[in-house]
Design a protein. Structure first.
Length: 272
């Protein structure tokens, strides 16, 4: 099966390159404070072989950035678009309103208005695809998808069970994916679950009979895949695990937190 290569992490890659990040803006700080660094990261993912590139809009939200959020969002999309090669797609990231790993704090359906604002801004900024990513609360995930679909752009939903699979079972995550597929989402993915633990979740979404993909986090450091294990051996180990996702039918594969250009290059070479 042909695999499209998604890029890797932005937030943890900014930290690895020396930028300090803190809440609530997190990686969005780079848009104004380190735009050249952000552009280099996008360019490095192009060089590594990614053809799908997520703009740094995960935290360009009204509550995180205040009145300047739309300007920051547009700038993030422009930085990505200027950095990537012709023929590459730019994905607009839509994130949960509250902490990704605290689905109990989600506003659920009450977040509809805010997701509508972000989806509209991403569409107006010129994104090719809207990626609702790192959702663990089903009600909020479906609201975000509905508002993204209202823009007329292709919409992908990526679900997480938490960094180490502590928030949702594969069955629970698959149920959310099935509901999203029923309302028109183009692709269901799983992300930011440790690479060593994501396999059962990939198998779950594979049963949905819609296109699907995976981009795991790098896992625990004692697995030699984690944030500080950034060498070629770690990248190859990540690609080894990704072969199983491809065997299950994943047609989009990339990296999440703790992965970088080396991991993406290993994927691109493995699935060339």
């Amino acid at each position: 099966m042909t695999v499209r290569i998604l890029d890797g992490a932005i937030g943890t890659e900014l930290i690895a390159r020396g930028l300090e990040l803190d809440a609530p803006a997190w990686s969005a700080r780079a848009i104004a404070d380190a735009p050249n660094l952000l552009a280099r990261i996008h360019t490095d993912y192009v060089g590594a072989g990614a053809t799908l590139h997520t703009a740094n809009t995960f935290r360009t939200q009204p509550h995180a950035l205040g009145k300047g959020w739309v300007v920051a969002l547009g700038a993030a999309v422009d930085i990505a678009r200027d950095a990537v090669s012709p023929g590459c797609a730019v994905l607009g990231s839509m994130a949960p309103i509250n902490d990704c790993y605290r689905p109990d704090l989600s506003p659920g359906k009450q977040g509809r208005g805010r997701h509508a604002e972000v989806a509209s801004a991403l569409a107006n900024a010129g994104c090719d695809v809207l990626l609702c990513e790192t959702f663990a609360n089903g009600a909020e995930a479906l609201v975000a998808v509905e508002e993204a679909l209202a823009t007329g752009l292709p919409v992908w939903l990526s679900l997480t069970a938490g960094p180490f699979a502590e928030l949702l079972s594969p069955t629970e995550l698959t149920r959310i994916g099935r509901d999203a597929a029923s309302i028109g989402v183009e692709r269901v993915l799983v992300n930011c679950i440790a690479a060593t633990q994501i396999g059962a979740y990939v198998d779950g979404v594979a049963a949905l009979e819609v296109p699907f993909g995976a981009y795991a986090n790098a896992g625990r450091e004692d697995e030699a895949l984690g944030w500080r294990a950034t060498g070629q051996r770690a990248a190859e180990a990540y690609a080894d695990l990704a072969e199983r996702w491809n065997d299950a039918g994943a047609s989009v594969i990339g990296g999440c937190c703790g992965t970088g250009p080396l991991h993406i290059r290993a994927l691109a070479e493995r699935f060339a």
